[in-house]
Design a protein around this ligand. Sequence first.
Ligand code: FO1
Length: 316
Amino acid sequence: MRIVVLTGGIGGARFLLGVREHARAIGADVTAVVNVGDDVRMHGLQICPDLDSVMYTLGGAADPERGWGRVGETWVVKEELAKYGVEPSWFGLGDADTATHLVRTTMLSAGYPLSAVTAALCERWQPGITLLPATDDRLETHVVVDVDGERKAIHFQEWWVRHRGNVPTHNFVFRGADTAKPGAGVLDAIGQADVVLVAPSNPVVSIAPILAVPALKDAVANGPAPVVGVSPIIGGSPVRGMADKCLATLEVEVSAGGVGRMYGPRAEGGLLDGWLVDTSDAQAQVPGVRTKAVPLWMKDPATTARMVADALELAR
Ligand code: FO1
């Protein structure tokens, strides 16, 4: 069996721990198509937070408290940059993490596509699944905000890390998406998949930038594999992160039903055939989509693996 997962963010990385565990149990092959909208260039280095969160989490090297970056990290480079008065001081690169960005940036500068760079980095971390960037082209999520009395578009990382999302926010824009092509291997993986899972990632800034790549969206929406999503909202709140702020900006109800209806039924040009919600959201209504309620708290990989088994059952 071939499983493709659309994923991004820390919730997406934790979901993949369960996907990998279940896939090992049933002998399935897993490909993660990962959001690159959070990617950013800082201090001359190309940083890919979502690819790295997945790589470090599955490689057993992620910091469990922060959810991003490396466990046991040190911050000498960050402190030295601060002593030079270099901006942006609001974004911290750990020392060990910086080595990853150095390797990535050097390879990108030498002409390798991000997909090849990711494969090279994964040689070290052995995530046990295939990691593919949604696109090898430049695609960045920008956020339209009011700051200092001015309306402007700032990078997602500035919105989230610098402002914690606490600025008047009007829209999310995926710069470069219109002309971006699916990353190397993405269309083949989707075309050969037996099921496509949508991780319980932020629907606005993790999943939407993936689907903003036109040919990728088309492959998922019109492909042979059933698509089952897992709700990132439990009982009206995001499991973690800023999905509530993002959904409110787009005037989407912060509920399992609200996100399910935003994705919409695949039969009517939307994304989903099935939608997994938490038992506390069993009443969620998503017309045209098969909905099932199971416990969705990702306490550990074993619990998450049971969710994945439920998602695959819903796909049948
Ligand atoms: N998140 C923060 O809250 N503060 C940081 O300084 C920060 C630095 C950082 C560096 C590399 C990296 O891969 C991720 C980093 N993150 C940081 C996390 C990141 O901003 C977001 O959590 C993700 O983009 C959302 O998925």
